[in-house]
Design a protein around this ligand. Structure first.
Ligand code: BMA
Length: 325
């Protein structure tokens, strides 16, 4: 391991998983990949719930401390309505929540599974009781999207992961801008999946929404390693410039968290850790992640350790495709 190794940044909660389908007030196959937000002094998770047809919807759970005593809504918050919104034909998956202070609302980016493939849809809410659909904002195939909480030069910004027609070209993280959250343009490819034997070769995607730090926007992303016995989903960090988020300042070489515990290694899809939300409370970051596409877990990290670590990683400011050489 080199000096930039750090496999103990995230500490698993000893009583993981914190939420499973056994806790659910109605019958379902699995609960996983939950978005997170702090709402009215509580931690709110918007969980992906997969039914026995294989289609997903989103349901709200609330807890005072973000770990115990979850109150789970008896009805879904956001469920597919393919008659009115055909892009939701095969379900709604993997939400990410961003607080937009300027609008006094939360924005929820989610994957709508359309006949043409997964795409990015956006919904707005001010109370997590009702919501307004903004509709699809990126065509298929595109997912793993989240908004930044602030505008840049008067434009909203979104990270997302389009997939090119040829898998050979790799699936990378892009940044796009919008004046009104509906019409998106000024697209930049900003974080590339690496190639060859890397843990994050060929396919990466944003996990939780970008977290603002004094040093830049902290990005948590997943990398997918394809092996003879399936894919392994692991996590890395990057840091984007505060003023110009198209500029990647740092990126971890090694993954910082991967499937190790039995509840991450075995499930409907083995060897997956898949966070969709993180919450900073004082100096502790709570990372909420789906484990093996079957259950919801939490890990904690020290905020300053995360920032110090990413700052100690290779400088990317002047690099393009440096890993190929
Ligand atoms: C990704 C997404 C996630 C899922 C992961 C592992 O493509 O569909 O929802 O957790 O695969 O199966």
């Amino acid at each position: 391991m080199n000096q930039n190794s750090k496999h103990d940044l995230f500490r698993r909660y000893p009583d993981n998983p914190i939420l499973t389908v056994e806790d659910w007030p109605y019958k379902a196959n699995s609960v996983f990949n939950a978005a997170a937000a702090e709402v009215g002094g509580k931690i709110l998770l918007l969980a992906r719930v997969e039914d026995f047809r294989g289609m997903s919807h989103l349901t709200v759970a609330r807890s005072d401390d973000g770990i115990n005593n979850w109150q789970i809504e008896k009805m879904p918050f956001l469920k597919p309505e393919p008659e009115k919104y055909p892009e939701e034909l095969w379900g709604i998956e993997d939400p990410r929540i961003t607080r937009l202070e300027e609008l006094n609302k939360w924005a929820i980016c989610y994957t709508a599974y359309s006949k043409g493939g997964p795409l990015v849809s956006l919904a707005m809410t001010s109370d997590f009781k009702s919501f307004e659909r903004m509709g699809p904002v990126m065509p298929p195939e595109d997912k793993d999207a989240a908004l930044f909480p602030v505008k840049f030069n008067g434009l909203w910004a979104m990270l997302h992961r389009p997939v090119p027609k040829s898998a050979m070209l790799g699936a990378h993280i892009w940044l796009s801008f919008s004046p009104n959250l509906k019409h998106w343009g000024e697209h930049h490819e900003i974080i590339q999946a690496r190639e060859g034997g890397w843990w994050d070769a060929n396919k990466i995607g944003l996990c939780a929404p970008p977290m603002q730090t004094k040093e830049g926007w902290l990005i948590l992303y997943h990398g997918v390693r394809t092996t003879a016995s399936g894919s392994i989903y692991r996590l890395g960090l990057a840091l984007l410039d505060l003023e110009n988020p198209a500029k990647v300042i740092r990126r971890t070489d090694e993954w910082i968290f991967g499937p190790k515990a039995h509840y991450e290694r075995e499930g409907d899809v083995d060897d997956v850790v898949f966070p969709c939300g993180w919450i900073k409370k004082k100096d502790t970051v709570f990372i909420y992640y789906g484990a093996a596409d079957s259950r919801i877990c939490v890990a904690t990290a020290d905020f300053n350790e995360l920032v110090d670590f990413v700052l100690s990683c290779p400088d990317h400011s002047n690099c393009s495709d440096w890993w190929k050489s």
